[in-house]
Design a protein around this ligand. Structure first.
Ligand code: SF4
Ligand code: F3S
Length: 104
């Protein structure tokens, strides 16, 4: 599966949802997640993210993010259409400690 990592937080560009063939992105207040059981591993979303926040779970450091994505994809509504990024997306891109600072 592919997963959304913390750099999505406070950016939420949503370019990813537009290319996903199986509509497996779910939307929280300030980030998206991928449902790991619905993702077909096509990989097309990864290069589309302006914040470089999507990774394959074969990459190191992604283990805890699979469970994070699973948990919230079961709580949040599906998102199938692109929308405007969050207002401070450019400024927040790459900022450290986003999970603690902005996740809600
Ligand atoms: Fe959707 Fe493919 Fe990205 Fe999985 S890898 S979330 S199926 S676009
Ligand atoms: Fe987030 Fe990147 Fe999608 S910032 S909403 S994973 S395009």
């Amino acid at each position: 599966t592919y997963v959304v990592l913390d750099n999505c937080i406070a950016c939420k560009y949503t370019d990813c949802v537009e290319v996903c063939p199986v509509d497996c992105f779910y939307e929280g207040e300030n980030m998206l997640v991928i449902h790991p059981d619905e993702c077909i591993d096509c990989g097309v979303c990864e290069p589309e993210c302006p914040a470089d926040a999507i990774r394959a779970d074969t990459e190191p450091g992604t283990e805890s993010w699979v469970e994070f994505n699973r948990k919230y994809s079961e709580l949040w509504p599906v998102i199938i259409e692109r929308k405007d990024p969050l207002p401070d997306a450019e400024e927040r891109d790459g900022e450290e400690g986003k999970l603690q600072k902005y996740f809600s």
